[in-house]
Design a protein around this ligand. Structure first.
Ligand SMILES: *Cc1c(COP(=O)(O)O)cnc(C)c1O
Length: 402
């Protein structure tokens, strides 16, 4: 994460204003790669945002909300109707019962939910166990909280990414406060299996840990696999904070409406930090998101079918190009090993060259690791684009094989 596009213009007698806590993180790779996509006119399969609008009922509800004057600060917890819609959704899809008045909090996307949960529950010196690779904000938020990240490696195998249960057990120590879990998982496309979920839950109970779960891809699971929320496992409800958002599910990543649910003391802890981050956000988008969460099953089914089709098209291109392709069970993402196409296995160099070579942008996985060397040879492609865009990218990708 050190490929900053900014050159310091400070005179030598001015102290660098950047805090040491954030200095290691540089500019996010998404800013860098998306800028490169624009600069070179490339197809951007780097950043995971859809290129089509969400359901019209949801868009219309936001327009109506703006026109009917829902443009001032909403309540601190979020509007009551959206909190009810979140509780209904958790009951409808996962059988989780929640009190919308005390166990649900609306946030500025899952990103702020994560920040609130981590800043609200961690003391300086606490340790958080996280599977790597990981979504890039995890490491930065844990650092902002003054806590320490303890990574457990997910290793690519032909059957998908796996962790070693002994390594997970060994990562937990006297300072461990929580496990931060993301399933379905970005960037690997992994869905944690029921067995893995039970292993994690057993350790959390044994060591009295909190589990913070990022489930923003809860609806984007392929091939008949099932999402298993951590809070539904025996003994886990009282120690699990569940995070999700509408951006991925409803193709509204720019709206930044997310939510946290779980036991009241944990939601309250997250709220304590969240109220001083944004306080509130997205007044007209909150009622619109409630409409989205209440859409019929047909919406959620066609969402999966369309995305699975895009994944299959992308996979064909990645195989055709000659990469080692790892299975994608869920999410927008597929990861590949570039070594067959680049003997030195330098994924960062590969991604920086790719837009100039064939006009396609991907993201080097090394930025998702605490120890970048662990993901040096891996690269992530997103499939959340229109079929014709994926097909155009595939045409370009297969030329790499020549
Ligand atoms: C996109 C994403 C987020 C951020 O969600 P927002 O609602 O846009 O803030 C969080 N976690 C993961 C794993 C993601 O892929």
């Amino acid at each position: 994460m050190t490929i900053s596009r900014f050159v310091s213009t400070y005179a030598h007698d001015v102290r660098d204003p950047l805090t040491a806590k954030l200095a290691p993180f540089g500019t996010t790779i998404f800013a860098t790669m998306s800028a490169l996509a624009v600069e070179t006119g490339s197809i951007n399969l780097g950043q995971g945002f859809p290129d089509t609008d969400g359901p019209s009922e949801v868009l219309d509800a936001a327009v109506d909300a703006i026109r009917s004057g829902q443009n001032q600060y909403p309540p601190g917890l979020g509007i009551p109707d959206l909190r009810r819609a979140v509780a209904e959704h958790q009951q409808r899809f996962w059988g989780i019962e929640l009190d919308p008045d005390t166990e649900v909090l609306i946030t500025a996307g899952a990103t702020e939910a994560l920040a609130g949960a981590l800043l609200g529950t961690l003391e300086p010196g606490d340790e958080v166990v996280v599977f790597e690779p990981m979504y890039d904000s995890y490491q930065a938020c844990i650092a902002l909280a003054g806590a320490r990240i303890v990574p457990v490696l997910l290793r690519p195998t032909p059957e998908g990414y796996r962790f070693d249960p002994d390594e997970l057990r060994a990562a937990i120590g006297p300072r461990t406060r929580s496990i931060l879990l993301n399933t379905p998982h970005n960037p690997t496309g992994k869905v944690f299996t029921a067995e893995e979920m039970h292993q994690i839950a057993t350790l959390a109970i044994e060591h009295d840990l909190m589990v913070i779960t990022d489930e923003v891809y809860e609806h984007l699971i392929f091939d008949g696999r099932q999402h298993l929320p951590m809070s539904t496992l025996p003994g886990m409800r009282e120690r699990t904070l569940t995070i999700s958002s509408g951006g991925k599910t409803f193709h509204t990543t720019g709206w930044k409406i997310g939510w946290i649910s779980g036991p009241q003391p944990m939601v309250k802890a997250a709220m304590s930090a969240k109220q001083f981050l944004t306080y509130v956000n997205g007044a007209p988008f909150q009622p619109a998101m409630a409409v989205g969460l209440r859409l019929g099953d047909d919406y959620f089914e066609s969402l999966i079918a369309n995305l699975a089709d895009s994944r299959d098209r992308l996979h064909a291109g990645l195989h055709g190009a000659g990469f080692t392709v790892y299975p994608s069970e869920a999410t927008y993402f597929t990861t590949v090993d570039v070594t067959p196409l680049r003997a030195d296995g330098d994924g960062m160099a590969f991604c920086l060259e790719l837009p100039h070579r064939i006009g396609v942008v991907a993201v080097p996985n090394q930025v998702f690791y605490v120890e970048p060397a662990h993901g040096r040879n891996l690269v992530r492609f997103a499939c959340c684009k229109r079929p014709e865009v994926i097909d155009a990218a595939v045409e370009r990708l297969v030329t790499l094989a020549n």
